[in-house]
Design a protein around this ligand. Sequence first.
Ligand SMILES: CC(C)(COP(=O)(O)OP(=O)(O)OC[C@H]1O[C@@H](n2cnc3c(N)ncnc32)[C@H](O)[C@@H]1OP(=O)(O)O)[C@@H](O)C(=O)NCCC(=O)NCCS
Length: 291
Amino acid sequence: MRQKITGFHLDSEGHWVADLECGHRQHMRHDPPWTMRPWILTEEGRRSRLGVELECKRCDEAGRVVAEAVREALKTASLQAYEDGGLSGLCAEGRWELAVDALGTTDLLPVIRRALAPSPRGRAIETPRMILRPIRPEDASAVQRLAGEREVAAGIPHPFEDGMAEAWLASLNARAHVFALCRPDSGELMGVAGLMEAGEERPHTAELSYWLGRAHWGQGLGTEAAQALVRYGFETLGLESIHANCFSRNPGARRVLEKVGFRHMGHKPRALRHLGQDEDLELFILERRHE
Ligand SMILES: CC(C)(COP(=O)(O)OP(=O)(O)OC[C@H]1O[C@@H](n2cnc3c(N)ncnc32)[C@H](O)[C@@H]1OP(=O)(O)O)[C@@H](O)C(=O)NCCC(=O)NCCS
């Protein structure tokens, strides 16, 4: 969706960001020879771009969220009408007619309002030493820099080439609850943690994953992030269980899961091939406690 530029500001790393009329933002880098935008460096150049329209990926994402909510509401309404028709003793043809009528009469406005309303799902989480905020497209360069370190590549491609972070961020859908782990003072991105909901086949369950840049290991931050995500999964998303796995040769990742209370479920030899090597996996689960 195209949106006009209304202003510019500098981010915490000194890169220029365009403010769009929809309230979203987009990085505008001058990074020769790859990206040539010398105009961004001058006041006059920036002023000349005010009002220019850019494609806003975040608006497109909102469109996808609305589409998914509408699809779900129509599916539920038509199935319900079909089943009600069966209970009233209608023949198959009558039931189908009811189901098709329901597609035309369902009130979609409340569905769309709900889908667009700011929800606790999109809010930041505060822990004693971190802010976990929803990850956004402009985090791509920090993700590439940190996840590109060889030691961090447990399940992450290596080398982490140009464009991979952008492609990964663009691929995240409404089931992916992915947070940037940031320092509260500077906003610096230290790592990423997320919950990926399994979807309709296995409702109310998600898979946890997390990583920190090498410089941030060994201070308890991995455990702090995993704990925050677990709380978010059970309290905000209403999950019943969270799964996680780690490479068998990754004692740090395993220990994080144990400290957060995950139960070891099994060992899967040669479960996947990563960077030319067969990897065994350890499988873990954490179930919601019903007090
Ligand atoms: C796994 C990872 C997130 C751990 O982060 P961290 O902030 O260093 O972990 P913590 O400081 O919270 O440590 C948690 C526990 O693991 C232990 N631990 C951490 N690294 C370890 C290692 N290499 N070997 C043995 N134990 C280790 C710590 O001692 C601590 O246990 P303790 O409190 O009983 O002493 C980090 O190492 C990482 O990003 N690794 C690469 C990506 C990855 O493996 N992700 C997980 C797969 S989803």
